[in-house]
Design a protein around this ligand. Structure first.
Ligand SMILES: Cc1cc2nc3c(=O)[nH]c(=O)nc-3n(C[C@H](O)[C@H](O)[C@H](O)COP(=O)(O)OP(=O)(O)OC[C@H]3O[C@@H](n4cnc5c(N)ncnc54)[C@H](O)[C@@H]3O)c2cc1C
Length: 451
């Protein structure tokens, strides 16, 4: 029986493992951590479920994550809560987030003339094609936003925050257009978001892992892989941290490719040109996010985007309003977040300073906040997405799934060829890579029978 080894039990590793398990392939997943989930992991804290930073599933039922669950027939196991009550906050007032192109006309946060301007820009994008979007992958979204008035510009800032957790300077126009197409209801898309109803974004990974185990395959936790063994340009297996050799016909690497190529291979496996190309992808998004727990529900909304240069908080996420299962009765969880330069994430004073500023801003928007605050927990993440959505670093410009000249070696995850953000792109890479692994399995099986 052909064996596939997968290194990492995050969204991409488990999606790939589940898709292969569904086709009867023998799969072994090795995860160095004690839990599945990778970057989507969660933790228990004071009887709450705290996500590893704010996580939300973009595009809901049209997302790649949902497609994976559909393909393996387990959508009914993951109850999803719809996240659709989203507002902007500006000049002491809340404004509804537009759910589709038509809602732009009702977008009272910008003057009517700007709404028409916005519609003229966004409608052609939303009705464009994926092929046309690819032609814009090298261009920056700022080519468009730089020509806009400040109101319309700040609307783009909020959309980028929701769709990319980043600012327009870091977003490729091609990726933005793909997002518009995928959000267009006239093209079967949706701008709805979702969050696991049981609480904890890692519920997605848990369901995938359960499915893999039910298919008699393995998800081994606390198991770190040290090296991929390659001989005569063909993968032979992996060595774990105890130095044991595990035979495999294919090995799938799931953590950022620019890190993996330095850690898992002998020096001469890749040429310098390839390594420099992969290293160029080594640009990530970093954030500071603070969980706040209150004794009172300070708002019914699910997400609020403060819209003004003066605010450090770029998003306020009311997790308990997505599902009350994240907190014990009578307590409410919310989170504020902002993108930061990566060096800030290593500076505890800076993290505290940013967190304090976000707390003051929430108190300014919600007068009841301070008196109901029970505790707060600031955190920072250096690696949010493995590749920023900058021009020249999106979709097919990312790390390829297969390497020429090395048979049986595959790369998936958000640093590899895929579109969308975060978990959506991680799952998309698995959907794209899985047929390639299947093809290798089938060809080798045919050769085995013929010989
Ligand atoms: C704060 C924050 C907020 C985010 N918000 C969102 C959001 O709202 N929506 C969204 O879609 N995405 C979001 N993301 C991004 C999303 O979490 C990632 O894009 C996605 O989880 C990446 O999945 P992956 O499988 O590609 O990689 P990972 O999750 O990084 O998985 C790789 C796995 O490999 C394991 N591993 C590494 N080395 C080894 C080894 N040698 N041996 C064995 N195992 C190994 C790691 O432990 C890890 O579990 C956010 C991320 C962060 C940090």
């Amino acid at each position: 029986m052909k064996e596939v080894v997968i290194i990492g039990a995050g969204v991409s590793g488990l999606s790939t493992g589940a898709l292969l398990s569904n086709e009867g392939i023998s799969v072994k997943i090795f995860e160095k951590s004690s839990k599945v989930g990778g970057r989507t992991t969660s933790m228990a804290y004071r009887n709450h479920i705290l996500d590893n930073g704010f996580h939300i599933m973009p595009f809901y039922k049209t997302s790649a994550v949902y497609q994976v669950l559909e393909k393996i027939g387990i959508t009914s196991r993951l109850k999803l809560a719809l996240v659709s009550d989203i507002s902007f906050f500006k000049d002491k007032k809340f404004f509804k987030y537009p759910k589709g192109i038509a809602d732009i006309l009702k977008l009272s946060i910008v003057p009517f003339s700007s709404r028409i301007k916005l519609l003229r820009i966004l409608a052609p994008m939303a009705f464009s094609s994926m092929k046309k979007a690819e032609e814009l992958d090298d261009k920056s979204l700022t080519e468009i936003t730089n020509k806009l008035d400040s109101n319309t510009k700040s609307f783009f800032d909020a959309v980028c925050m929701l769709a990319f957790a980043d600012t327009p300077e870091h977003v490729s126009l091609g990726e933005f257009v793909r997002t518009m197409i995928r959000a267009n209801p006239f093209k079967g898309g949706t701008s709805e978001f979702a969050y696991p109803d049981e609480g904890g974004y890692d519920k997605i990974c848990e369901k995938l892992s359960d499915f893999i185990i039910e298919k008699n395959n393995q998800v081994k936790l606390n198991s770190s892989i040290k090296k991929i063994v390659i001989k005569d340009n063909k993968v032979k297996g992996v060595l774990n941290n105890q130095g044991e050799f595990i035979k495999a016909d294919s090995v799938v690497v799931t953590y950022p490719a620019y890190i993996a190529v330095k850690q898992l291979f002998d020096e001469n496996v890749f040429d310098q040109e390839f390594l420099s190309k992969v290293e160029k992808l080594n640009k990530t998004t970093s954030v500071v996010e603070t969980h706040f727990c209150t004794s009172e529900k300070i708002d019914d909304k699910q997400i609020v985007f403060p819209m003004s240069e003066k605010y450090t908080s770029k998003g306020i996420f009311f997790i308990s309003n997505m599902t009350d299962k994240v907190s014990p009765p009578g307590e409410h969880l919310l989170m504020a977040g902002t993108p930061v330069p990566s060096e800030y994430t290593e500076n505890p004073e800076k993290i505290k300073e940013i967190s304090k500023k976000m707390r003051e801003e929430i108190a300014e928007i919600y007068p009841n906040f301070e008196k109901s605050l029970l505790w707060e927990r600031p955190m920072a993440w250096k690696l949010v997405e493995a590749v920023v959505k900058e021009p020249g670093m999106v979709w097919k410009q990312k790390m390829p799934h297969e390497i020429k000249n090395i048979k049986g070696l595959y790369f998936v995850g958000d640093s590899t060829v895929s579109y969308g953000i975060g978990t959506d792109s991680a799952a998309h890479s698995s959907l794209l890579c899985h047929p390639k692994i299947m093809k290798q399995m089938e060809t080798e099986q045919e050769n085995f029978i013929l010989n």
